[in-house]
Design a protein around this ligand. Structure first.
Ligand code: CAO
Length: 576
């Protein structure tokens, strides 16, 4: 079957426009009106649609090349069944290929002021007065200027707008396009409403131009008349693209699919509305990496609005935050662990992670991604505490109790959880409430041969130092011996990770969701501390308190570490 050329239609600005995206490949079956390429000039982003249903026989352009009105971008073989009596017949090759008749393109010439803007102030710029002032906003040359419906009014009286910001969206039977603000300013009035029809040159409102932009706007050609943000090429009802993601979404949206070729078939009689969005919304989605094909449109005829893209992105993030990530490969475009053949660099041996390590790896990864962490560092003067501990160590031992610094830290942390109720809380899944707990259970990080375990010591606030020490000894011994039960690791309000017995000066522990804080403890050391006009040796304990910044503010965090420092510095304060 003979092929037909697909030409760049009247785009209201026909000079060398760059192709930023080629949306189809040779062999693709396309629907009538389906976007084939995206063009972007300094004034507009627009898409060139297929004039009719068919198959792409040859592509004559690629990304980066430039085209003008009338240039042939592809050859396509019309779909046999569509060749006669095609309901899209009006939108034929000749119609798209031919720039609309010259009477229509007249306004285009008068509004294309990129290069000679100074001459063009007869348009919306209201004279392009460099000192600002009010100016009517006119519909620019839209390449097809006859009675196009206003489907959306995007601004209201009093709104401040940036130059080029879309003001209204128009939709004809062949295009969706936006009329942008000619310059920055504020909207004095909008004189059109949804459902009205407009043509090129019609006044749609009045803009109070901000004086600061006048100079630049006149220099750039009084963008007022011609900022043809969007395009006369976007199809109305069948705004589908054939990139892979859109093809997938088309399938999900129920679009008919050619099972043999796996490609989206020609126009779906039921009205295939996949990726029906205006150019600025498409660009917005592209900037965020959002797949338009996955987004349900809430606008007229299922058109995707900017709010739809925003709520889709929000929902996707929430999914990740609520544990949607899996192992090393989290969703939403997060990087995955690369698969590297290290044997190319030298000898290697691969061993499997222990079950505990696999579980804790996923947990720390999820928490790291989900929680906005901040770590507050502090040190506590534990000279007196350590003297007290040493003085009571043997007596404790006689009663079968191992009195370590961690025992006192648990007691101090329990007091902090009582003094700062938000520290003993969890965020609800919707992120809008805090659940405050009336009990005080604290998890302790225990280093075991198989990996990290977090057994929980219950009701720390109600127990004395000896009981806490016994519980700590019990759970840490069972954790190391592999005898810990699932129940022993549930219900924590807060965690402590002590590396004091190992070493180091500070670290940034990861909060264990749904807890909102974790105290890291490093190795104490003797430090010269300035007291009463002289340096005295004091035993200083480094504290690293990580917290969920959604729940705890920085000042609160500093108050919490001050509290801990004071409590450990003078254990008597815990009695208050
Ligand atoms: N500074 C200096 N010495 C300290 C100290 C500190 N902050 N904390 C403990 N020590 C000392 C103890 O006093 C003890 O010495 P003595 O026997 O002379 O009293 C010695 O270090 C060993 O203590 P311990 O480890 O037996 O007991 P603990 O209560 O301090 O800790 C436990 C118990 C289970 C927390 C610990 O054994 C452990 O597993 N720590 C590792 C935690 C971990 O891996 N955290 C990282 C998690 S994130 O990957």
């Amino acid at each position: 079957m003979a092929t037909k050329p697909v030409k760049v239609p009247d785009i209201g600005e026909s000079d060398s426009v760059e192709i930023i995206e080629v949306l189809v490949s040779v062999g693709d079956t396309v629907a009538a009106e389906q976007s084939l390429i995206t063009l972007e000039s300094d004034k507009a982003t627009l898409e060139v649609p297929a004039p009719e249903a068919g198959t792409i026989a040859e592509l004559k352009v690629s990304e980066g090349s430039t085209v003008s009105e009338g240039d042939v971008i592809a050859e396509m073989t019309p779909a046999e069944s569509d060749s006669a009596g095609d309901h899209d017949a009006p939108n034929t090759d000749s119609e798209n290929a031919q720039p609309a008749d010259d009477s229509k393109s007249g306004p285009q010439a008068s509004t294309d002021n990129t290069t000679d803007g100074a001459d063009r102030d007869n348009g919306a710029g209201g004279g392009g007065d460099a000192s600002g002032g009010q100016a009517p906003i006119q519909v620019p040359d839209i390449g097809d200027a006859e009675s196009v419906e206003v489907i959306e009014v995007l601004v209201a009286t009093g709104d401040t707008v940036a130059a080029e910001q879309p003001l209204i969206t128009l939709e004809s039977d062949k295009a969706t396009l936006e009329v942008p603000a000619p310059t920055a300013g504020s909207i004095v009035a909008m004189t059109v409403a949804e459902g009205d029809t407009v043509s090129a040159g019609d006044v749609i409102g009045t803009l109070e131009q901000s004086s600061s932009n006048s100079a630049s706007s006149s220099q750039s050609g009084s963008t007022a008349q011609t900022k043809q943000e969007a395009t006369p090429s976007q199809p109305t009802e069948n705004q589908a693209t054939t990139d892979k993601s859109d093809a997938n979404s088309a399938q999900q949206a129920g679009a008919s699919r050619d099972m043999d070729s796996g490609k989206v078939k020609a126009v779906d009689e039921n009205g295939f509305l996949a990726a029906h969005a205006s150019p600025s919304v498409r660009r917005f989605a592209r900037q965020l990496g959002a797949d338009l094909g996955q987004i349900a449109g809430s606008g007229r005829k299922g058109r995707i609005l900017q709010e739809d893209v925003e709520s889709y992105v929000k929902q996707t993030l929430e999914k990740v935050q609520s544990g949607g990530s899996t192992g090393v490969a989290a969703g939403a475009g997060l990087p995955t662990q690369p698969d590297i053949d290290f044997s190319q660099f030298g000898e290697t041996e691969t061993t499997e992670l222990s079950r505990i390590r696999k579980i804790s790896a996923k947990a720390v990864h999820d928490n790291w991604l989900m929680i906005p962490h901040v770590t507050q560092f502090e040190s506590a003067d534990i000279t007196d505490m350590e003297a007290f501990r040493q003085a009571n160590k043997d007596a404790a031992k006689a009663e079968g109790v191992k009195l370590t610094p961690l025992t006192f830290l648990l007691k101090a942390a329990a007091a902090a959880l009582k003094a700062f109720p938000d520290l003993n809380s969890s965020l609800t899944a919707d992120g809008e409430h805090l659940v405050h707990k009336k009990y005080v259970n604290i998890a302790v990080a225990v280093d075991t041969p198989n990996g990290l375990l977090m057994p929980v010591i219950k009701d720390v606030d109600k127990k004395g130092i000896y009981d806490i020490a016994r519980d700590l000894d019990d759970v840490s011994t069972r954790a190391r011996d592999g005898k810990i039960r699932g129940d022993d690791m549930k219900g924590a309000c807060f965690s402590i990770s002590s590396l004091g017995g190992v070493g180091g000066q500070a670290f940034t522990p990861i909060v264990n969701s749904p807890e909102v804080g974790i105290l890291g403890v490093s190795k104490h050391s003797w430090q010269p501390v300035w007291q009463n006009g002289e340096f005295v040796p004091r035993l200083m304990l480094p504290l690293s308190f990580s917290y969920d910044h959604r729940v705890i503010d920085g000042a609160e965090a500093a108050r919490i570490t001050n509290f801990l420092s004071r409590a450990l510095g003078d254990l008597r304060t815990l009695l208050l």
